[in-house]
Structures are given as C-alpha cells and as structure tokens.
Design a protein around this ligand. Structure first.
Ligand code: SF4
Length: 486
C-alpha cells in the first residue's frame, strides 16, 4: 500500500463542531452557534441538511479578519444577542471552530461577561442556558464533538444538583446515551422498545423529531421535540445509565456515575444479533423486566432470515468503514452472517478501535485476519481496498467513488449519505434493524450479480464471487483475452 502521511486527502470524518450540532439538536428548544468564520457553519448546515433532508439552522459569530487579529469577543456577544432575539431559545450550545481556538479566545469567560451584561442568570427555569464546548477540528472528529457536547450538557444541567448537594429523589428511570449519532429511525425504534417494556427512560439526545419532522404549515424556527430540559436535570435521580457503544468513551455516562453515583452499563450499539441480545440482556439486568414476546419473535425472524441468506453471504469479502462504534457493531453482524470483513476501518483516531475489533473477530471467526485501520482518509481507504479486494463496501456515501471504480456495490450506512434519499429513515438497530440491513446487503449482492434468488443448486461458498468470476470470464472471452480465472 502507498504510504501517504504528509496530508489528509478526503477525510473519512467530519468536523468536530458538527458532532456538537448533532448532539445539541437533540435537545428541546436548543440553538447552536459556532464561534468562528461563517464558512464553518455553512459547510456543516449543508452536510446535515443534505443528510437529513431537513432545514438545519446553525448560527455563526462570523469572525472576520479583524476578529482573527484582535479576538472574537465582540463577534461572539453580537452573535449571542442575535440568536436570542431571533430564535428565543432556552439553550444555546456554543461550539468553537478551528479559528476561534487558534486565536485563543476564552469562550467560557466571554459567555460569563455576556451574561453579566445582559442580566442572564443560571436558573434553567427562567434563564437562557449557554453551554460552551471546545471543538477545534484539527484536534479530533465529529465523534468526539458529539461526546464532548453531551458531556457538557449533562454537566451544565446537573451542576445545581451537585452544588446544592441535593438529596436524590429516585425516579426509577433509565438514562440512555449513545456514543455516536444514530438515525432518527434508530432513535424511534429504541424509544419504542422502552415503551413496549413499559419502563421510564431519558434518551439523550432525542433527534427522532428534530431531524425528521412532519411537514407543518408554519415552519417553527426551532424544530419541536428533543430531550426535555427537565429530564436532563433529572438524570442524577435515575436508576442507571445505559451507554450505547463500547469503543469510544461515553463521557456523560462516566460523569453521571462518578459524580452522581448513577451506575453505568455500556453495551455495543445494538446492530446485529449478539449486540441486540446484549442490549436486551442489559435491560433485563438493570430493570429486572422480561424480554417482551414481540422481541423474542423478532429475534426468531432474524435468525430465520440469517439462515435464508447464508448461501449468498457466506465468505463474501467486505470492507466496512465509518465511525468507530458503528463499524464495530457492523463488523460483529457481518461475522455473524458468515461474511469475511477483510478491511475494517475508521476515520476517527480511536485508541481502542483495533483491539476491540480484533477481539470480536477472534471470538466469532478466529481464522480471519482482517486489515484494521484507524485515523484513515479516503485515499488510504482506496489503497487498502485495492490490497484487500473486497466484493462489497459498507459505509457512508463518500465511499461511492471507490465502489464505482471497482464496480462493486456500496451499502449506505452511517453519516453522511448525500447521494440517496431516506438517510433519516435507515433503521439498523434492534432485531428489526438487523433484518432490514441484512436484506439490503443481500439484495445489493444479488443485484450486482443478477443472481436468480431461487434456492437451486447452490453450493456452500461465495455465490457472489463465483458469479463475479463467471462475469469476468465471459467479458474477457468476448474481448478475446484470457485471465487467471479464465
Ligand atoms: S475544519 Fe475547522 S475551519 Fe474548517 S469547517 Fe471545520 S471547523 Fe471550520
């Protein structure tokens, strides 16, 4: 593989402040303001609007050359005043961009000064809550921006609890906090599970409505929905916290345990059979509830579907890329399906990614030796794909050029998805999500090979590979050439 470490070419991650927007937008009546130049907010609004097909407002302090030289204090205060006047939010999430961090603006101090000048207090009932979060993009990725923003939100809304040493009033609820942004359809599915098991929960952040809103006659300035602020403040009273994701550190869940004695349980994002089993086992352990019959049946249907498609998927070589925890869970599912994930990659710089992925490969199919990469760009991914020769790609839409160049299918999962509609409705979590994903992967393979789907004369092994070889043989025979396969 060509080693190119001198520059990032087509990053496989998005900006850190974008992750903060994904988190803030799942909180009731919240507006996001980026402290930096205008282009940052334009770029991220477009990314999110194209993916979710929803209007996404993100304000900017619009730092100019003058601000870059003399500091962005006045620009930030002006931006905050404008946001309050135009949007009247209950919460403003202020995320820094590269420029603001490089010039060294002390954002928490500017916000304190602004609040004093405007007479804004710290009472969530009466006052506008302004939450700063440091997210320079040269530091990390959108994944860390998401985690940091959720941590900052939980800290802000529970600081009174800590300061006043309030006595806990148990609410019997379960805090549920994913470590990466899920789709609105995924959030709806998880909320439905809690409703079916009839247990109270606090889901943070809840983007099920804010990023997938019904059409309304009068478009509200801030999309209705999101986790209610009173619920976030109530998190220290909860029975336990369930973190979804085990590769990246879930700072909010950790904070709630360390500062407020709310026990934490981390399970993988529930994609695939065993990861969804772990999710339900976690619920049984924490809540002491039985698994409803509805989900036992869904599990049975998933097993049935896995048996049905085994002949098409067994041994198919796949490359999977995206955010660390999503990739971990997708890899687990591919191994369960008998596929061969030859290349497993994330664009985030994740300390534990490789170890966790190798652990799961060792557990399910120790004979495989996949290439595992972290902190990659699409240029490196392209080189790795050339080396590993996968038959299918699974990841976000930015990998489409690689898939096209190699004439292999791409199953779109994750964020961003810009070249297809319906990203907000892609369901991957739970047994139902696994079935939908399994259908998409299998159909992509069948489509690519035009294989007749009736169960006739199929031997164990990669039907896809055989079909592909047959096609190459046919094509080369027509061209009068012979190949290794031919
Ligand atoms: S990399 Fe930095 S400057 Fe560029 S859009 Fe992202 S936050 Fe803004």
């Amino acid at each position: 593989m060509t080693k190119r470490s001198y520059a990032t070419v087509n990053p496989c991650v998005m900006c850190q402040p974008m992750g903060s927007a994904l988190a803030f937008k799942g909180i009731e009546n919240t507006m996001v303001l980026y402290h930096g130049s205008q282009g940052c907010s334009t770029y991220m609004r477009l990314q999110l609007a194209h993916h979710f097909r929803e209007p996404v407002d993100i304000a900017s302090s619009s730092l100019s050359e003058k601000g870059a030289v003399y500091g962005g204090r006045e620009s930030l205060k002006k931006g905050l005043r404008n946001v309050i006047n135009r949007y009247n939010p209950k919460v403003i999430g202020v995320a820094t961009t590269c420029l603001a961090e490089t010039i060294g603006d002390d954002v928490p101090a500017i916000i304190r000064e602004f609040k004093e000048e405007e007479g804004i207090g710290d009472d969530p009932e009466r006052d506008i809550i302004i939450i700063p979060v440091s997210t320079p993009s040269y530091g990390e990725s959108h994944v860390s921006g998401y985690i940091k923003a959720l941590d900052a939100v939980v800290r802000k809304f529970t600081e009174k609890f800590e300061e006043e040493k309030a006595v806990k009033i148990p609410n019997g609820k379960l805090n549920v906090i994913p470590v990466e942004s899920l789709s609105p359809a995924d959030v709806r599915e998880l909320k439905e599970i809690f409703e079916v098991i009839a247990r109270d929960y606090i889901f943070l952040p809840d983007i099920s409505e804010t990023f997938d809103a019904p059409l309304r006659e009068n478009l509200p300035k801030i999309a209705p929905g999101g986790t209610p602020l009173s619920e976030i403040a109530d998190m220290p009273n909860s029975l336990a916290s369930l973190g979804l994701g085990i590769v990246s550190k879930n700072l909010a869940v950790k904070y709630l345990e360390e500062l407020h004695d709310v026990p934490r349980y981390n399970v993988p994002i529930p994609i695939g059979l065993s990861n969804t089993d772990s999710f339900f086992i976690g619920l049984v352990k924490i809540l002491g509830c039985p698994i409803p019959e509805k989900y036992q049946k869904e599990r049975g249907r998933l097993l049935d579907a896995m048996v049905d498609v085994h002949k098409y998927l067994y041994g198919v070589k796949a490359a999977v890329y995206g955010d660390p925890d999503l990739v971990f869970s997708l890899t687990t599912f591919m191994l369960e399906l008998g596929m061969n994930p030859v290349l497993i990659a994330t664009g985030s710089k994740s300390r534990d990614f490789e170890a966790k992925v190798r652990q799961i490969v060792e557990k399910i199919n120790p004979e495989l030796e996949p290439m595992v990469l972290n902190g990659i760009d699409f240029d490196t991914l392209n080189d790795a794909v050339s080396n590993c020769n996968p038959e299918i790609l699974i990841g976000n839409s930015n990998g489409r050029y690689i898939a096209k160049a190699r004439d292999i299918p791409l199953v779109r999962v994750g964020l961003p998805i810009h070249d297809r509609v319906g990203a907000q409705r892609i369901l991957t979590v739970g047994y139902r999500g696994a079935m939908e994903l399994l259908d998409r992967i299998t159909n992509a393979i069948l489509e690519a090979t035009d294989t007749f789907t009736a169960p006739v004369q199929v031997e164990t092994g990669s039907i896809y590979r055989k079909e592909k070889q047959r096609r190459v043989r046919g094509r080369n025979a027509m061209n009068g050439k012979r190949t290794e396969c031919g």
